[in-house]
Design a protein around this ligand. Structure first.
Ligand code: CP3
Length: 344
């Protein structure tokens, strides 16, 4: 029987250190690419783009045509889950997402039974990507973690402090727990279907893991993510999972120990030495260049990228930004960063 080597990025998630770190870029398909803006302008709207397999496959592959990245990430959004649950979700130009906020009274109107049917186009996108991607490229699926998705469902939009959702969790604990149960179950079903459609790895985006006290972090971040990892692996044994608890700071060690994720994404404010101590030896880390260093380019980018690579040289490391790439990023800087990570 011939031995097929694992894709380098997938192997790294599973704990195998590479001579050079594999690289992908959070939000690598997006507005910094003129070819993305062109497709986006032709689509009826952002959600329509997410639900059109022809267009979603095209924009997923765009960054890989330009840069020798090690992974493609499914083009979709974390807010397709509230949309699938029947909540009103809109993306206004320049405004970010706008949702009709749910309340303890309207929670019962969510429709968990229609989630998989509504998201069928996403699975079709993954099946086509699986077919089109070269064998050495890892296909990453994803969902938003329940707390992060809940901050948008309750607050109705992004906010700097997530106050609406934090207060809801404290003042309406029963309704909040019911919402988390719905999101945990929907996320498990959604991720299992993504694996079945061809995803090699999935990432749990907990973009709002900051602003929580230790107790809230345990119940709102750790416990739901742990339940998702457990639930997915009951149906997809050993499913490779990256967790990205942005802003987890002093809670990273507890997050890693309790959730069971294979690899942990580090945001750019996490000190490298701190991360080395918080994450057990041999476990993969992902990150963590400040996206604005990629905008600035030059030595501000290159020296820090080298520091990050050196700091994690003794463990499995996936190079990435510490949060999503921003629209004003020069393409030449992305080219240089990928070259540096690959060849020094
Ligand atoms: O290339 C990829 O990474 C895959 C696609 C992807 C998008 N959103 C496309 C997108 C992924 C993985 C996401 C995740 C996502 N979406 C997160 C978690 C990651 C993070 O950045 O913290 C969050 C919080 C969202 C919710 C969301 N979607 C916001 C707040 C916004 C508006 C802000 C913005 O960046 O525009 C979006 C819109 C969105 N999602 C765009 C893209 C390419 C831009 C919309 C457009 O083209 O008009």
């Amino acid at each position: 029987m011939s031995q097929v080597a694992l894709k380098p990025l997938l192997a790294t998630v599973l704990g195998e250190r590479q001579a050079r770190p594999p690289i992908w870029i959070m939000r690598q398909a997006g507005r910094y690419l003129p070819e993305y803006r062109e497709v986006r302008a032709r689509s009826k709207g952002f959600l329509d783009l997410c639900y059109s397999p022809d267009l979603a496959v095209e924009v997923t592959l765009q960054p890989l045509r330009r840069f020798p990245l090690d992974a493609a990430i499914l083009f979709s959004d974390i807010l397709v889950v509230p949309d699938a649950l029947g909540q009103s979700v809109r993306f206004e130009q320049g405004e970010g997402p706008l949702l009709e906020p749910i309340t303890a009274q309207t929670l019962g109107q969510l429709r968990p039974e229609r989630v998989l049917e509504h998201l069928a186009p996403v699975f079709e996108t993954l099946r086509r990507l699986k077919h089109e991607l070269p064998a050495d490229k890892t296909l990453i699926g994803f969902c938003g973690s329940p707390w992060t998705v809940a901050t948008y469902m309750i607050g109705g939009r992004g906010s700097p402090d997530q106050a609406a959702a934090r207060l809801f969790a404290l003042q309406e604990p029963a309704a909040f727990a019911a919402l988390m149960d719905i999101l945990v179950q929907a996320s498990i079903d959604y991720l299992v279907a993504q694996f079945q459609a061809g995803a090699d790895v999935v990432q749990l985006f907990e973009s709002w893991a900051l602003n929580l006290d230790e107790e809230a972090f345990r119940t709102q971040v750790i416990e739901p993510n742990r339940r998702i990892v457990e639930g997915v692996r009951q149906r997809v044994p050993n499913a490779p999972i990256i967790g990205f608890p942005r802003g987890a700071a002093g809670n990273i060690a507890a997050y890693v120990a309790a959730t069971g994720v294979n690899a942990v994404g580090l945001d750019y404010s996490t000190p490298l030495g701190f991360a080395q101590n918080a994450v057990p030896p041999g476990m993969a880390v992902q990150g963590n260049l400040d996206p604005l260093r990629l905008v600035a380019g030059g030595p501000q980018m290159e020296e820090r990228a080298r520091q990050i690579i050196a700091a994690f040289a003794d463990r499995p490391h996936i190079f990435n930004l510490g949060h999503g790439i921003v629209p004003q990023t020069p393409i030449a800087h992305v080219e240089r960063l990928v070259e540096l990570v690959k060849n020094g």
